[in-house]
Design a protein around this ligand. Sequence first.
Ligand code: AMP
Ligand code: ZN
Length: 116
Amino acid sequence: MTADDCVFCKIVARTIPAALVYEDDSVIAFKDIKPEAPVHLLVVPKAHIPKIGDVPEDQQALVFHLFRTAHRMAQQFDIAEDGYRLVINSGDNGGQTVHHLHIHVLGGRFMRWPPG
Ligand code: AMP
Ligand code: ZN
């Protein structure tokens, strides 16, 4: 999939709507359209990076920033104290369906383990 037909690139470009909760120069966060928990957000780099293993060596700071943003979103949505789960699915067996890197932020209920 190229950036041209990528749903998250379209959200970044504002060509399709999303319930945005955060934006800065390099990342955006919005509510998952099909929430699996009372709080289910996606934290996404604005650049079209297909999966976690594709982050360029010279963009290590972006990975840190994505995780810091995920934690801040957990604080903002009041799930940081009780606990929350961050998930990155990578590739088919990982369950990745949108091929633009994203961190799921899930909380507001007990998150079972192991995942399905
Ligand atoms: P993954 O399976 O890890 O690739 O996760 C993709 C996530 O993106 C799923 O949880 C979808 O519900 C979510 N999603 C897909 N399209 C949209 C959209 N237009 N707006 C918000 N979330 C979306
Ligand atoms: Zn994209």
